[in-house]
Ligand binder design. Structure first.
Ligand SMILES: [Zn+2]
Ligand SMILES: [Zn+2]
Length: 148
């Protein structure tokens, strides 16, 4: 991840600066630019990582995301995926898939102002729990990021 020089660094008051962090405050980040994807992920891996039935993600260019406080703890959750979290409080923060290594996904709900961005689609609906209903009218995909 870039240590400096993203859009927030140039202009922290910009509309395209998205600060966020974990529950305890030990890890803080800033993302900037326009998110490439905004989704709900229903996959089993996200479910376990977050202890939640689905996880909303915001995908940013990796060069536009930097850690501004603390250290992101990381672990490999599958062959080509590294997840980042706060080692002190456990909040899930990042998802890096080496198949699209120019991107990094941030847990949308860890943004300081998560209402500024809204998911636009549901991914991995094939893993969706039966008691989780979807009634928002957004597109649903049985598996991962749809081809562009
Ligand atoms: Zn924390
Ligand atoms: Zn997932």
């Amino acid at each position: 991840m870039a240590q400096r020089g993203n859009g927030c660094y140039r202009d922290p008051m910009s509309d395209s600066c998205y600060p966020g962090g974990c529950l305890c405050g030990a890890v803080r980040y800033e993302a900037s630019g326009v998110p490439r994807y905004l989704c709900f992920c229903h996959c089993q891996s996200c479910r376990r990582a977050a202890g939640a039935p689905l996880v909303p993600w915001a995908t940013f260019a990796r060069a536009e995301v930097r850690i501004t406080r603390g250290t992101l703890a990381q672990y490999r959750s599958s062959a080509r995926v590294v997840r980042g979290f706060c080692a002190a409080c456990g909040t899930s923060l990042t998802y890096l898939n080496e198949a699209r290594g120019d991107d990094i996904d941030l847990t949308l709900a860890s943004l300081d102002e998560p209402a500024r961005l809204a998911p636009t689609m549901h991914l991995w609906v094939s893993d969706k729990l039966p008691w989780q209903s979807i009634d928002d009218g957004l597109p649903r995909y049985l598996e991962g990021v749809p081809p562009e």
